[in-house]
Write a protein that binds this ligand. Structure first.
Ligand code: SAM
Length: 257
């Protein structure tokens, strides 16, 4: 319990581990047979277009903070010289290692966000962190720690959940929970979820205070699952695309503590 009080983001990790034990295929959306594969493929493609200048760099060292199952770790591993990725959810990291295959340029770490405090700085030429800092107790501190690991001139790509879109996406909340989150409070569903939804102004403030220079803020996407799934279908993908890329066969990237 003390850990949950120190870092409410761990509520997400508990929820994710339970979700993995209940429906592996739903969680592993890089698997073409996942019922949300196409939906996530679409949102990832939208992100990838926005993050293209970062993802296509071929030099230097990249950090993927809160990498999940590695939808960007896998892509970045094919271009960046060195990639470090961490996440606190072991099952997500296992899936990430599986999708990476043998990728000697990737270092995967099973670690919570406090690992950023120990990272030698400045270490990275690029940072990517999608849907991560908003899931932590103190997004501003997480962003600050992350940016301290960046070399001067590093390129950074961060995404957070938008409040209006995020709240229309969830269907299992009580009216009181929706009201609280709409008023700007973090959403807490104990041992399941903890989310800071951002207004545009709130995200702008966060970026301004972070000291990031030449920042560009863009709205990207928010899909309700059902209507989109009805459009994109559930058939397994045939073509090799962003999601089908497996860096190697046989061996897997080891996961380090
Ligand atoms: C919404 S997922 C996003 C994952 C991935 N970046 C993506 O876009 O697919 C949020 C991730 O944050 C991780 N997470 C939550 N709290 C964390 C913490 N305190 N330290 C490290 N990871 C955490 C979760 O395990 C989860 O994988």
């Amino acid at each position: 319990m003390a850990a949950l009080e120190r870092e409410p983001g761990f509520h997400n990790v508990l929820g994710l581990e339970r979700a993995w034990s209940e429906d592996r295929l739903l969680m592993d959306f890089l698997d073409p047979d996942s019922p949300i594969h196409h939906l996530k493929r679409l949102s990832t493609a939208i992100y990838a277009e926005l993050a293209a200048p970062l993802l296509t760099l071929s030099n230097g060292s990249l950090l993927d903070a809160g990498c999940g199952i590695g939808r960007f770790t896998t892509t970045a591993a094919a271009t960046w010289r060195r990639v470090t990725a961490f996440d606190a959810c072991r099952s997500s990291l296992n899936a990430c290692a599986w999708h990476l295959g043998a990728a000697p340029n990737v270092r995967l770490r099973w670690a919570d966000s406090s690992v950023l405090e120990e990272t030698p700085r400045p270490s990275f030429d690029g940072l990517i962190s999608t849907e991560f800092i908003g899931y932590l107790g103190d997004p501003a501190r997480a962003l600050d720690l992350m940016l301290r690991t960046a070399k001067p001139g590093a390129m950074v790509f961060i995404s957070v959940e938008a409040r209006p879109g995020g709240l229309t996406h969830v269907t299992d909340l009580t009216p009181a929970q929706v009201e609280q989150a709409a008023a700007g409070e973090p959403l807490l569903v104990p041992e399941d979820r903890y989310v800071n939804y951002f207004s545009l102004a709130g995200f702008r403030d966060l970026i301004d205070l972070s000291g990031l220079r030449e920042a560009r803020i863009e709205a990207s996407h928010f899909f309700r699952r059902r209507p989109i799934l009805a459009r994109v279908g559930r058939r397994p993908a045939r073509r090799r695309g962003l999601f089908r890329r497996r860096i190697g066969r046989g061996a897997r990237v080891p996961i380090q503590p």
